[in-house]
Write a new protein. Structure first.
Length: 424
């Protein structure tokens, strides 16, 4: 059971107990006994009228006089009334009394020693009306209690819902979100959450600055190492060993470059140089740089399809995605790159780019983590070459810096699809 349902059930239970106790005290212990006593008084009044009529020389006339004097309609009746489920017959002091709780029906009382069977007595006040109103009022009160409990639970849980929504935004990477603070318990929760968000933001900022600083500082020793290998090559050192060293230096340099660009994108200090870029030639450049080998490639990109993007960063996006295919799929894999104008859910125009392969695909549990740093779904894809685990993270950062989004999905027929939406 959710927390809101528990609070709602507790409120309904508490209010139900309060209403039930009120009904028991006000109704069963006070109102209903009073109504029963009034009904008993009416029976006594009817018996008094019957005895007065019985002892009179002119019973009908006496009944008329009493009716005028007491303001009660007294009507002599010649025969016993017909039995009806609306009536309850009781014996009182040698008389039959026919009682009904319905307001339109009279009270009947028999007489003795007269040719008339008895009298119908109409009392002007309906004493059963309070009981009926109570009977109608409690269901209405129950509905009001239910509505009040729902509204109250929403009001009580409102701060928790706002804090939960803020936590969800933090989980999605928005570290600027804050919630209202106050002196009550909800305000204390808000203050604690705000302090937590500030500490997380400060930690991440420090981490990004550290990565950027270390990456920047590593560039100098890498340049020196390259210079040393060139000097060794000129001095006649073993070329094979030097080639291996240079390959390792290039790999470390790629790692440093990706870390540095990622840190700059996170910091927001890397300005994008947007310009009109035709997508088809850009995809051809990415194919040449990715070295897909014997894999078949099909491009379905309309000629003249242009986007306002940073050419260098967008080339890196396509190259990283294609290199990922080259790294983790067999050489017989077929690759398809498609692009077309589209519209996002809000109706704004966008460019939709899809890169698909018919390789092994990725387990569903790994899909949400593909864009995390240093993550590789090696369990499902054969690893042809080494990888740093930063390429897809950088792709996501570049796409989001352009105001777009990227997601990964497994194809129905097998393989992986990368779907990019870029505004404009």
């Amino acid at each position: 059971m959710s927390h809101r349902l528990r609070v709602l059930a507790a409120l309904i239970g508490l209010l139900g107990i309060t209403v039930g106790a009120t009904w028991f005290i006000a109704g069963r212990l006070a109102l209903f006994p009073l109504l029963d006593a009034l009904l008993s008084d009416r029976v006594d009044t009817a018996l008094f009228l019957a005895r007065s009529v019985e002892s009179a020389a002119d019973p009908p006339g006496r009944a008329w006089d009493l009716s005028q004097q007491l303001g009660i309609e007294v009507e002599p009746i010649p025969t016993q009334p017909q039995a009806d489920s609306s009536y309850t017959v009781v014996q009182r002091r040698g008389h039959q009394v026919w009682l009904s709780r319905r307001p339109a029906l009279p009270l009947y009382v028999s007489t003795q020693g007269l040719p008339l069977w008895g009298m119908a007595v109409h009392f002007p006040v309906d004493i059963e009306q309070p009981r009926r109103r109570v009977g109608w009022g409690f269901p209405i009160l129950g509905l009001l209690v239910l509505g009040g409990a729902i509204l109250t639970s929403g009001w009580v849980l409102g701060p928790l819902r706002r804090t939960s929504a803020a936590m969800e935004r933090v989980a999605q990477g928005d570290l600027e979100v804050r919630v209202p603070e106050g002196r009550d318990e909800a305000g204390h929760i808000g203050a604690t959450f705000n302090r937590m968000a500030e500490r997380v933001a400060a930690m991440l900022t420090g981490q990004r600055r550290l990565v950027a600083g270390v990456s920047h500082e590593l560039r100098t020793p890498l340049a020196r190492m390259r210079l040393i290998t060139e000097l060794l090559r000129d001095s006649g050192a073993d070329p094979a060993r030097l080639d291996a060293i240079e390959a390792e230096i290039a790999a470390v340099d790629d790692l440093v470059g990706e870390l540095l660009e990622s840190a700059r994108l996170d910091e927001g200090v890397l300005a994008l140089r947007r310009e009109p870029v035709e997508l088809a030639p850009l995809a051809q450049q990415a194919l040449a740089a990715a070295e897909l080998g014997e894999r078949g490639v099909h491009l379905d990109i309309p000629q003249g399809l242009t986007m306002q993007v940073d050419r260098v960063r967008m080339l890196r996006v396509l190259t990283n995605l294609l290199s990922n295919v080259a790294r983790y799929t067999p050489v017989t894999t077929q690759v398809t790159v498609t692009a077309s104008p589209a519209r996002v859910s809000q109706g704004a125009p966008c460019t939709l780019i899809t890169l698909e392969d018919d390789g092994p695909g990725v387990p569903a549990d790994d899909l949400p983590h593909l864009f995390e740093p240093f993550y590789r779904a090696e369990k499902s894809r054969s690893r042809a070459t080494g990888g740093l685990g930063l390429g897809l993270m950088l792709v996501k950062q570049i796409i989001e810096a352009h105001g777009g989004q990227i997601r990964a999905a497994n194809r129905e027929g097998g393989g992986l699809a990368m779907i990019i939406e870029l505004p404009g």
